[in-house]
Design a protein around this ligand. Structure first.
Ligand code: ASP
Length: 360
């Protein structure tokens, strides 16, 4: 009987909760004595695997489970780094690598296709202690673009490198390079074909500009990955990695490698990683805007995230979400899309995983 009640209670929680925070599944709550808690320096990590039209009715149970276990694996890996005293940069790298190596997400292995049928990857990292940053755009042979972004930050005097130059640097740095074929996945290729077909249909009806933009909105399962962490030394870091948007062309670069747009970290405020329609994140300088509202207006992380994601981004006509952690370990996971793959883990090892939003 007890078992039945527990299952019912769990089902009730999943079915009835409304806010994304509440809708998350709390999968673990280890006991830590309160005196012991106070001696542990605050630390934590939060990750995302993309925002978009992610609806429970379109998701099979097995796929949902795959996403959840990959998110759990990634957030736990990052958390383990922090727990043993590693840096926030190391933690986000670990977490992002796991998602980059999975075909589930639009980053690394699962990167979406450009209009030309290629995969062009972008990534960025920022260190909240030094405000140092590294970014790469349009790379086609680097297995883990977040590693290259970190190398740009640590081992070069530059902040952003693109295309061939970035790849030469990757080679010099001894990064793992792959044949571009490595990034081929059937699903992503089919998405490109579907968008191209709908583009053709629209060209018969609409003007060219609308035809170009609409497929972006229709294929709104973006899938970028990102992580933000606070380490035991009190330092924040954020990182983001993506294949960009399906059907992108003309060397299009999104918000992810634009510091302040899709990625930002500052020990004074927070570490933030975004996902969504990149053009609007660039125009809204989303990640920096959240930090600026905290720094100059005294808003809390949650207030700033809501203001930017639920108001400013929506008013501009964009969509997407962010995950963020502030210098005290407070976490925000805010999105204006139907869902956002997300997970967080705090210093007590409390894990929370979420996929859907309010309408579920
Ligand atoms: N923001 C990414 C871009 O525009 C897409 C995403 O978040 O999935 O490149």
């Amino acid at each position: 009987m007890k078992k039945i009640l527990f299952v019912f209670a769990l089902f009730g929680t999943l079915a009835c909760n409304n806010s994304p925070e509440e809708n998350s599944v709390n999968t673990e709550t280890p006991e830590v004595a309160s005196e012991e808690k106070d001696t542990i320096p605050n630390f934590g990590i939060v990750i995302h695997g993309g925002a978009g039209t992610i609806l429970k009715e379109n998701m099979s149970d097995s796929l949902e489970q795959e996403y959840k276990s990959k998110l759990e694996e990634a957030v736990r890996a990052g958390h383990a780094v922090l727990e043993r005293g590693g840096t926030s940069i190391e933690a986000i790298e670990q977490a992002i690598n796991i998602m980059e190596n999975s075909p589930l997400f639009n980053a690394g292995k699962g990167a979406v296709f450009t209009n030309a049928g290629t995969n062009e990857l972008d990534a960025a990292v920022m260190d909240g202690e030094t405000l140092n940053a590294g970014a790469v755009a349009g790379v086609t042979t680097v297995k883990n673009p977040i590693d290259l972004a970190i190398a740009v930050m640590k081992n070069s005097e530059h902040v952003m490198m693109i295309g061939e130059g970035a790849e030469t640097f990757a080679e010099e740095q001894g990064m793992e390079l792959v044949d571009p074929e490595y990034f081929f996945t059937e699903n992503r290729f089919k998405s490109l074909q579907r968008i191209k077909d709908s583009e053709k249909t629209q060209l018969d009806h609409d003007d060219q500009k609308t035809a170009f933009l609409d497929p972006y909105i229709k294929d709104s399962k973006f899938g970028t990955v990102g992580a933000a962490a606070l380490d035991k030394q009190g330092n924040l870091a954020a990182g983001t990695s993506t294949g960009g948007m399906t059907n992108k062309r003309w060397g299009r670069v999104g918000d992810v490698p634009v510091i302040g747009a899709g990625t930002y970290a500052n020990n004074k405020t927070a570490a933030i990683s975004g996902t969504g329609w990149g053009e609007f994140f660039i125009r809204g300088v989303v990640a920096y805007d959240i930090s600026a509202l905290m720094e100059y207006k005294g808003l809390s992380l949650q207030e700033a995230a809501e203001e930017v994601i639920q108001k400013k981004n929506v008013e501009l006509g964009g969509n997407g979400g962010i995950i963020a952690i502030d210098h005290q370990g407070n976490v925000a996971m805010e999105f204006n899309t139907a869902g956002m793959y997300r997970a967080k883990m705090n210093r007590n090892g409390e894990l929370e995983i979420g996929i859907y939003g309010e309408e579920e």
